[in-house]
Design a protein around this ligand. Structure first.
Ligand SMILES: [Zn+2]
Length: 243
């Protein structure tokens, strides 16, 4: 399938907000009269409209490469709770990663793969269940407020042991893979900025902020995300951006 490139708009600066008046309201009284007179002639500044999901998506350098074998059920907004971040643990670009997922017979994938250069490939629609998180630590369904769901067809899934018997995360999350090998150095700015934009898009799409976790939070002992991502993850959990 040929990816459809979405061209990035160049002159749209919808994040810009009008300069706010930083002068304290109770500033020197001798200036107050003049300021009041001035401000009374001005129309109130309109509230800047928050960019909607379509606008945020159009700002991404994103292409679609949907593969039917990646979809394991429906996940409407009422079931969306988490964004789970992963590393691919390989240097291959998104297209190669997606080809590999589609050929290895495990039916595993993530909704998005973010390349080091900031380009993104989406390989399953947002409102679908994709097998990216797999089994988590026993007890994590309760800890994370998710449950094993008949909505997931479980195709290709194999249990991995009593220590990790809980399977609910896929039915309640979006998976994002970053092209990165743990221990290989920092994540490029372009990749981190693309992830910022992608998370903003997902938030706008659902109309609420999903909780951001990494894969190893769900399953202890997983490598991803790598130690190089620790500070970025903390920042995402605080402020929705990498830093
Ligand atoms: Zn992972």
């Amino acid at each position: 399938m040929i990816p459809i490139e979405v061209e990035e708009p160049r002159d749209v600066q919808i994040f810009d907000r009008p300069q706010e008046d930083v002068e304290p309201a109770d500033d020197a009284s001798d200036a107050a009269g003049a300021e009041e007179a001035e401000s009374s002639e001005e129309a109130p500044a309109p509230e800047p409209a928050a960019p909607d999901a379509d606008q945020l998506r159009a700002q991404l350098s994103l292409s679609e490469d949907f593969r039917s074998d990646f979809v394991h059920g429906e996940k409407g907004p009422e079931h969306q709770k988490y964004i789970v971040l992963h590393d691919t643990e390989g240097d291959s670009n998104a297209s190669s990663v997606i080809d590999w997922w589609d050929s290895n017979g495990n039916y595993v994938a993530a909704h998005f793969v973010v390349n080091k250069d900031g380009t993104i490939v989406q390989c399953a629609p947002l409102d679908t269940i994709v097998h990216h998180a797999g089994y988590g630590d026993t007890g994590h369904n309760e800890l994370y407020g998710v449950e094993d769901e008949s909505r997931d067809d479980m195709r290709g899934t194999q249990p991995i042991g009593d220590w990790a018997a809980d399977y609910g995360m896929n039915s309640y999350s979006i998976g994002i893979e970053m092209v990165h090998v743990g221990g290989s150095g920092d994540y490029p700015q372009a990749q981190l900025e693309a992830l910022d934009g992608l998370i903003a898009y997902i938030d706008a799409y659902y109309g609420f902020e999903s909780e951001i976790i990494d894969h190893k939070a769900w399953r202890t002992g997983n490598s991803d995300t790598s130690p190089e991502f620790t500070d970025y993850l903390a920042s995402y959990q605080q402020s929705r951006v990498h830093g």
